[in-house]
Design a protein around this ligand. Structure first.
Ligand SMILES: [Zn+2]
Length: 491
């Protein structure tokens, strides 16, 4: 007995030793950056006014296949050309797929791999019932109380306009980029980018473009997002989840509701949806999310650092605690969200068909095909047909290279904007979709980041009510792009 106790004690001691040693071996946080000067001066008020002008074009994507207000998009194209005259006269502009824009800024050495900066011109609609909640009308482009208000101020006209502001400022100073820079602005990102960004990427690839860096929207800078990190944190998207909507169609004999059959369409469909919710996709702490935790470790308090430095042992614990929150759970597995239901036209008629749409966001390691297979297996009912809703499905993107000069340049540029601060810059998995996914097959240097410091509640304003951006936050974003462009010779 004594021997056994001694053995257990020894094992515990050994384990504690391993945990502590691994924790002590976590690298020190990146040193605080030195103050780097911005290559341009940003006139905050004037820049905010120009962003506001762009917000006034209601470039809404209503849904895939829905009519598009082409006049709004063409108006925005014209607005960009007249508002940024140096950019218009120096860069080569092409229209792709009718409403998307591709600008080429020829670099000094055209043999060097180019840079691609992406953004999108379209915005999501504003549901009518929400209109009274908007302090300023969604397309007013009001500048008030230190903010520019309106749909698109966070997603994603800020990216587009920041890039133009930065380039116009650099051109005014006589700057010419070391390598060629492409600006690509899709017109249908909010409905999958199947016509805009996909066509632009195909065009550039057909021209032999192999980018040294692709940067799109996705990551951001914020406070208090990650447990254990109290200060500001910047997160850069290094991969994005896949996307799939499946239509479940239950069929049965129709007829009079006074004499129902044993298996109605509504009953079969309900069982199918309930079965999917009762059997969620398996969770695992792998891929980009494991990378986020490992990169957080140097900045975390000692106890949390022990956990993060020893995921070989603590992963199940971390998984359990992350799974309690919707955000944490979404980072660990393919999510299942029933979003639409239809059946029946009258209360006393048995419908011959009932349908549901279930949306899945697919984690790295799974695919559209594997998710569809599993859904069929879980439902396991020949009465329910499972088919893709439309063609807007995509596998998860590959994970981009954290050791590339592209990732380094983005992180250094972010840190350079927070002199004296030990700002954690962390990789993460983007849960929504971005146009950058179309680069996935062609480069491992596609990243996602927007340098706007987000405040409390700002994330909910993206696609939500009272979308707005602080005038000073917008200036930060402009300055970020100017610094990034000034540094591309280091790629
Ligand atoms: Zn967006």
């Amino acid at each position: 007995m004594k021997k056994l106790l001694a053995l257990i004690g020894l094992v515990v001691l050994l384990l504690a030793g391993i945990l502590v040693v691994r924790t002590l071996r976590v690298p020190a946080p990146a040193p605080a950056a030195l103050a780097g000067s911005s290559p341009i001066t940003v006139d905050e008020a004037a820049a905010a006014g120009r962003l506001a002008g762009a917000v006034r074009f209601a470039t809404v994507s209503f849904g895939s296949g829905a009519p598009i207000d082409t006049a709004a998009f063409l108006g925005l194209h014209q607005y960009l050309a007249t508002t940024f005259p140096l950019t218009r006269s120096t860069l080569v502009r092409e229209t792709v797929a009718g409403l998307s824009l591709l600008y080429t800024w020829h670099g000094i050495d055209t043999t060097l791999a180019p840079v691609v900066l992406m953004g999108h011109l379209d915005v999501v609609p504003v549901p009518k019932p929400n209109l009274p909640e908007w302090t300023h009308q969604p397309f007013s482009g009001d500048v008030a109380d230190g903010f520019v208000w309106g749909r698109g101020t966070l997603d994603d006209k800020t990216t587009v306009l920041s890039i133009f502001e930065a380039i116009e400022g650099l051109l005014a100073k006589g700057f010419r980029p070391a390598r060629t820079v492409y600006l690509t602005f899709g017109h249908d990102e909010e409905v999958g980018g199947l016509y805009g960004a996909r066509a632009i990427v195909a065009l550039l690839v057909s021209r032999g473009v192999k980018p040294a860096l692709v940067l799109d929207e996705g990551g951001f800078m914020t406070k208090g997002l990650l447990p254990g990190l109290n200060g500001r944190t910047a997160i850069i998207g290094i991969a994005e989840k896949g996307y799939l909507s499946l239509k479940l169609r239950a069929v049965a004999q129709g007829g009079h509701s006074s004499m129902p059959t044993g298996r109605t369409a509504v009953g079969a469909l309900s069982r199918a949806v309930a079965a999917l919710e009762a059997d969620p996709f398996p969770s695992s702490l792998g891929g980009p999310t494991r990378g986020t935790l490992e990169a957080m470790a140097p900045y975390a308090p000692f106890l949390q650092r022990i956990v993060m430095a020893n995921l070989w042992l603590t992963a199940p614990l971390v998984e359990r605690s992350m799974s309690r929150l919707p955000l944490g759970a979404a980072l660990l597995h393919t999510t299942t969200s029933p979003t639409m239901l239809t059946a029946g036209v009258k209360d006393n008629v048995l419908p011959p068909e009932a349908t549901a749409v279930v949306n899945f966001r697919i984690i790295s390691g799974e695919t559209v095909a594997s998710v569809t297979d599993r859904v069929r297996r879980v439902i396991n009912d020949s009465q329910v047909v499972v088919e893709p809703l439309d063609s807007a499905h995509v596998d998860p993107s590959p994970v981009s290279d954290l050791n590339s000069s592209a990732y380094r340049l983005i992180s250094e540029t972010i840190r350079g904007m927070a002199p004296g601060e030990q700002l954690p810059v962390l990789p993460y998995l983007v849960m929504g979709g971005t146009d950058a996914k179309f680069w996935g097959a062609h480069t491992d240097r596609a990243f996602r980041f927007l340098a706007v410091p987000l405040g409390d509640g700002d994330l909910a304003r993206v696609h939500g009510v009272n979308e707005r951006i602080a005038v000073s936050g917008y200036a930060t974003s402009v300055s970020f792009f100017a610094r990034l462009l000034a540094g591309i010779d280091r790629l």
